[in-house]
Structure formats: structure tokens, C-alpha cells
Write a protein that binds this ligand. Structure first.
Ligand SMILES: [Zn+2]
Length: 310
């Protein structure tokens, strides 16, 4: 598998924070962008200090990726970073955005370049790319609330094809945790098996039966509102994990915080900070369900997702 500093074995990742953004700019989040290399490095170093060895950065094409800065951050903060390529849900791209206009061949070409040659250091924002040798290691896609819309279907087709060809997993933004079965069905039709898919934001739809169904299909779930209390107390996430563990399905679960706003980052004077997972949540999880369970969701589940084995 590929990190921003080159290939590593999935078993070398250590504990994995499976959903973050180290740089982000989106018209959907005005005034909440973050772009400063030193501040993001400080956040990543705090994640490292909390005992986590790898950050999966799920910022897709055109939303402010800084591949060269990511590689520098990874080296300075002393942790692995897996970068993403792919296309988010339509709300993140204005109506005039090129990703809505170009052919599916061009959409695919950009993903393959990011995965196999290196990402454009201008994040495909202008007519003249600034090639880097920093490669993406995961595909990010997005669906709208309750459905996959027109442009999202085009981006799913390109993303699935790139994932199939290069052999990388696919992380999907499920808006408020909706439409996960439709997303898995769509990807399966496009040749991406459930065990290569990470469904994001499932704890926003805190439905234990649904989560057991999805995990039983072989998909990976990520609970990624850890520390973001406006969506509910962390105890709700502990309850969901306990329910999956009781069904023997915790090996399909990953964790993250997705503190993808300037106002949530301590480096900008906000909170809870990207390290809230290791700092506050994992000690609670260990007290509730034990150390082996923490190893399972933080280390073994992400390693299995990247291994490409069912
Ligand atoms: Zn996110």
C-alpha cells in the first residue's frame, strides 16, 4: 500500500485514524478552511503523541490537497499519512466546476495519475499541473443524502475503475450515514467488492442493526464523529462499538474524528483537536471493552482493509 512517503506494509501502520483532513478548502465550508503547513503539522504531531501511527487523509480532488506539504508533514510529525484521490459529493463542487464537465476518461485519468505517478501540487485547480511524486493510496467518493446523484454516478464509475486497476480501497462519504446498501451495491456492480469499501459517517446514523448488516456484507465502517459532541455524546459511539463487538463484527470497524474544520483544530484555537481520538476516546474504549478490542479496531481492521484480502 502507498503512503505519501512511499510504500509500506499494511501491518506497519500501527494504530490508524481512518478519517481526517490535513488540508481542506471547500465552497461548502466557507471560512472554515485550513491550509497552513505548520499548523497542520502541529495537529498531526499531537495525533502521533496520542499513540496513533497513521492518518488516512480523505480530502479528494479539488478540495485543497497539498501533496508536497503532506509528505513534509508526515516526515516532521513522524507518522504515516495515506492521501486520497477521488471526487466528493456534489455539494462540494460548484455548478461550473470542471469535474462536472469533463469526460469520464479524463476523470479516470486524473485518478490514475494521482495513484500511480503523483498528485498535482495545485490539486488540479488550473490548466498547468505542478507534478509531484507524492502518490495517493485510497479513493474517496461521496454520495448525497439518501441517494447517489447524477454527477456522483459518473465519479463512482471513474473511482471504481481506478480502484480496480490499481488495487486500492474506496472510502465513501455517506451523508448522515444514509444509502450505504445502495453504495455497496453500486460499487459491487462496478467491480469493487464490499471488503474493499470503507463507509464513512455511519455513526451519524446510529442504527446498530443496519451496522451489523453492512459489516456482515463484508464492508468496513468508520465511526468518525469521535469528539464532535454536537452530533451526540461519545458514549453513543461506545454503545455502537459494543453492539458490533457483541455480534463478533468489530473487525469490520475503524475509527476517526473527521475534524475537517478550522474551528475544530487546536492549532487554530479551536477544539476538540485532531488528537481527541487517542487522547480521550481510546482510553474510554479500553476501559469499556478492553485492550484487545482497541487493537482490533485501531490496528487490525484498517490493516485488513488495505491488505485487499476478504
Ligand atoms: Zn471528512
Amino acid at each position: 500500500m502507498m503512503t505519501v512517503l512511499g510504500p509500506v506494509a499494511p501491518t506497519e501502520l500501527g494504530y490508524v485514524d481512518a478519517h481526517e483532513h490535513l488540508f481542506l478548502r471547500s465552497p461548502a465550508l466557507p471560512t472554515d478552511e485550513f491550509w497552513d503547513g505548520e499548523k497542520s503539522t502541529a495537529e498531526a504531531a499531537s495525533v502521533r503523541a496520542s499513540g496513533i501511527g497513521t492518518i488516512i487523509d480523505l480530502t479528494p480532488v479539488g478540495l485543497g490537497r497539498r501533496p508536497v506539504a503532506l509528505a513534509k508533514l508526515s516526515a516532521e510529525a513522524g507518522l504515516h499519512v495515506v492521501a486520497a484521490t477521488g471526487y466528493h459529493r456534489v455539494a462540494h463542487y460548484p455548478a461550473w466546476h470542471w469535474a462536472r464537465e469533463v469526460s469520464e476518461d479524463v476523470l479516470l485519468d486524473i485518478l490514475l495519475t494521482d495513484l500511480t505517478a503523483g498528485m498535482d501540487d495545485r490539486d488540479w485547480a488550473g490548466p498547468r499541473p505542478v507534478p509531484s511524486t507524492v502518490r495517493a493510496g485510497i479513493i474517496k467518493l461521496g454520495a448525497s443524502y439518501q441517494r447517489i446523484t447524477g454527477d456522483e454516478h459518473r465519479w463512482f464509475r471513474a473511482g471504481a475503475e481506478a480502484a480496480r486497476r490499481v488495487g486500492v480501497p474506496v472510502a465513501v462519504h455517506c451523508e448522515t450515514g444514509t444509502a450505504p446498501h445502495e453504495i455497496l451495491d453500486t460499487l459491487a456492480r462496478l467491480g469493487v467488492a464490499e471488503y474493499r469499501v470503507l463507509l464513512g459517517h455511519m455513526d451519524r446514523n446510529a442504527d446498530p442493526e443496519l451496522h451489523r448488516e453492512l459489516a456482515s456484507r463484508g464492508a468496513y465502517l468508520v465511526y468518525d464523529t469521535v469528539g464532535r459532541i454536537k452530533y451526540g455524546p461519545d458514549a453513543r459511539i461506545l454503545d455502537l462499538i459494543e453492539s458490533l463487538a457483541a455480534a463478533g463484527l468489530a473487525g469490520q470497524l475503524c475509527l476517526g474524528t473527521d475534524v475537517g474544520r478550522r474551528s475544530m483544530l487546536r492549532a487554530y484555537g479551536g477544539g476538540p483537536g485532531m488528537d481527541v481520538l487517542g487522547r480521550e476516546f481510546l482510553p474510554r474504549l479500553e476501559r469499556r471493552l478492553g485492550h484487545e478490542l482497541v487493537d482490533l479496531v485501531m490496528r487490525d481492521a484498517p490493516a485488513a482493509l488495505f491488505s485487499g484480502r476478504p
